[in-house]
Design a protein around this ligand. Structure first.
Ligand SMILES: NC(=O)c1ccc[n+]([C@@H]2O[C@H](COP(=O)([O-])OP(=O)(O)OC[C@H]3O[C@@H](n4cnc5c(N)ncnc54)[C@H](O)[C@@H]3O)[C@@H](O)[C@H]2O)c1
Length: 346
């Protein structure tokens, strides 16, 4: 079997999972090298996954003939430059969301990807989650009629560590967290978000105020064909990782998501209890594997990837508009004048 040679750039929490999946769960792929700015980290991950090559900078793998594709899971601020470097060297790219932190950067990157003639897939893994994928199929089959209302909740149990917010390297709640829901909204409603109105604040994590970020946001949406929606992003539910979506159609509705992780309920004289989904690596374990397997298969088959750079750009445009709406306390038309996604202290 011809295998796709892949290298992973940024092997922190998620990049390590991608590397692990490529190494042992995607037979069509050959994990050739890992790379991380933190040289000790890349060495450690290479040792754990029993591969020979580890590097500290993407430039060190660009000349490797046995690397045909690069997976990028470095902090978001470095996505655009890494995609451009990989594409210019003729490598296909899978990049974590967001595509970039600003729209001009996203546009520059997409131009370079097109010029290089390589494929780019963005890591909107929820599209590959069994629940979301089945919901999409049912929408396509017309089971709920025309989708008209989109509602989504995205709650982390606890915010990421403070290091995640430093230097603005990962964007804000809109471009980092709610961007998953902006992508789902477009995909499940079969429509584009035309306008947004966002309300947000630092309500539960005062330590985030120093980064000029917020921990809670509600974004109202108006779609181009008239549909409406609402998205909630919250950094600290305290009780679990709570991801739920409802799509209401003219003939029915779909509810996606669950909170109960282990198939066990404990019943006593006074209560009934069960555990709660705790972390995104657990909730979306299948989705992370499925998205990467799909990427590898698309590249080997020469067929278009299923989440394109343009999808990444459109979701970013909604995030930029939502951020602007919150900052300027007014509704914003998507794509009108919003140019900057990150308003943090970067
Ligand atoms: N799709 C999802 O559900 C999802 C979930 C979490 C994170 N992410 C995205 O994945 C990316 C990484 O997130 P994470 O939680 O794994 O972060 P992390 O901080 O755990 O890991 C980032 C790694 O990148 C390394 N790094 C920093 N700068 C680098 C550079 N210029 N080149 C190479 N490596 C570099 C760091 O040393 C670190 O090991 C972010 O862009 C984030 O938005 C996506």
């Amino acid at each position: 079997m011809h295998k796709l040679g892949v290298a992973v750039v940024g092997v922190g929490t998620l990049g390590r999972r991608h590397a692990e999946n490529l190494r042992s769960r995607i037979p069509e792929a050959q994990l050739v090298a890992v790379c991380d700015k933190d040289r000790k980290r890349s060495l450690q991950v290479a040792e754990e996954l029993e591969i020979e090559r580890s590097f500290g900078d993407i430039t060190e793998i660009l000349e490797s003939k046995d690397v045909q594709a690069i997976v990028i899971a470095a902090p978001s601020m470095f996505h655009a430059e890494n995609i451009e470097a990989a594409a210019s060297a003729g490598k296909h790219v899978f990049c974590e969301k967001p595509l970039a932190l600003t729209l001009p950067e996203a546009d520059r990157t997409l131009t370079k990807v097109r010029a290089a003639g390589v494929q780019l897939q963005i890591g909107f893994m929820r599209r590959f989650d069994p629940g979301y994928a089945a919901a999409k199929q049912r929408i396509e089959a017309g089971e709920i009629g025309d989708p008209v209302i989109f509602k989504s909740v995205g709650r982390d149990r606890q915010p990421p560590p403070l290091s995640f917010f430093r230097g603005g390297v990962n964007g804000t709640i809109f471009s980092d967290a709610a961007i998953h829901d902006f992508d789902l909204a477009r995909w499940m409603m079969n429509d584009e978000v035309a306008a947004v109105q966002a309300f947000a604040g630092v309500l539960a994590c005062p330590e985030l105020a120093q980064f000029d970020d917020v921990d809670a946001a509600l974004v109202n949406l108006r779609f181009a064909r008239g549909g409406i929606g609402n998205i909630e992003a919250f950094r600290k539910s305290s009780y679990g990782y709570d991801i739920r979506t409802e799509i209401l159609g003219t003939k029915g509705a779909l509810h996606v998501g669950y909170l109960h992780q282990t198939p066990l309920q404990v019943l006593t004289e006074v209560s009934m209890a069960h555990d709660v989904v705790d972390h995104w690596l657990v909730r979306f374990a299948d989705a992370y594997l499925n998205e990467l397997r799909d990427f590898v298969r698309s590249i080997l088959a020469g067929t278009p990837v299923r989440v394109s750079g343009e999808d990444g750009r459109r979701a970013l445009a909604v995030a930029v508009a939502a951020e602007q709406s919150f900052r300027e306390v007014r509704p914003v038309t998507v794509g009108a004048q919003a140019q900057k996604a990150s308003f943090g202290n970067a």
